[in-house]
Design a protein around this ligand. Sequence first.
Ligand code: ATP
Ligand code: MG
Length: 377
Amino acid sequence: MVINENAERKVLPIASGKGGVGKTLIAANMALDLAVNGKSVVLIDLDLGGSNLHTALGMKNTNLGIGNFLSSQTVKFKDIVIPTPYQNLRFIPGDVLVSGVSNIQFSQKKKLMQSILELEADYVVIDLGSGGSCHVVDFFLISNSGLVVLTPQTTSIVNAYGLLKNTVSRFLQRAFASHPSISSYIKKLLKEKKPNASPPVSEMLTKMSKLDSQAGERAKRYMEALKPKFVVNMAHSPDDLQIVEQLRDLVRRNLDMDVECLGLIFKDDAVDRSVEEGLPLTTSQGDSVAGREISRIAQKILQSEEFPVMPLELEYYADTYELALLEAQSDYEDLQAKEKEEDDEVNAADLLAIISDQKRQISELRGTVRMLTLRGR
Ligand SMILES: Nc1ncnc2c1ncn2[C@@H]1O[C@H](COP(=O)(O)OP(=O)(O)OP(=O)(O)O)[C@@H](O)[C@H]1O
Ligand SMILES: [Mg+2]
């Protein structure tokens, strides 16, 4: 079912609990990085109701997209897959031209999912909308190893937890939809509106095993295969990883899932400059810290022969967070050195302006003194 066992076609949905955390930036730049590395990539804007991925690629929104595909019988899926200015990278626009499809029906959703899974590409990168609605979660579950983007802000952390919680519930609900006793047990839990009413997933699995031992074993296997990954964005310091590790521990305890960390991306002024230019980071900013960090995440994916199993070199580290911390510490030094360089440039420019202003004042003063001297004669 949901699990993407086809290691050759790697679908990478990018979700977040909170909006505005950098999904679109990461989707566009990561897809471009995979393409630059010679892989054939399709990038899809599935943020229905908020499609803006074309701008991150520096493209106009004049092409047919998901909105047209979902609302018209005559638009075929292949019609909406368009080339981009970048080699190896194709793009499927969202619903900018035809909006109002954010509430799609299940049959349409299935048709869309099937079409996505049939795409011929090495990688399919999907930019999703924010939050844990069942539409977002269903598309997030198109793969067992989607990326969850979060920032070190408390609301982003809390909402990322909410997204993962909804993902697990929806995952189990869909996996056992046709199993009478287990599906009614899950439905009963989902109906419970009291805060913290749902038991830890490990308890749910035990209960499911009691209801049907074989189904319980299957549920455990499914849960083991579910391996979403965190990407921490807009970090200010390597220490920001600590709060994400706390979230990892909470998810491990309550949701029975081990979420690894693909890497940390610092808040970087180069991102604003690339947005102003309307171009991807690497195209417009050359070697920026954030650009390099996104490329590194793409490299980790490329080097994992069977993503989400992480590259071999990870065996040298205690876990993915330890590697992310080491990377972040070295990036932090680079970022600070770059900021200092910019400050020094500003200081040098300021100094020149002060000197030329002083020269002007001195020459004005000389003129005044000369005039006064002449008058006094
Ligand atoms: N590492 C970063 N450094 C600086 N600015 C960033 C960084 N990441 C993202 N931004 C900026 O933050 C804003 C939100 O980013 P983006 O649109 O990619 O988020 P999103 O998660 O896709 O948002 P939405 O939920 O609205 O779709 C943009 O202006 C983007 O340029
Ligand atoms: Mg977005």
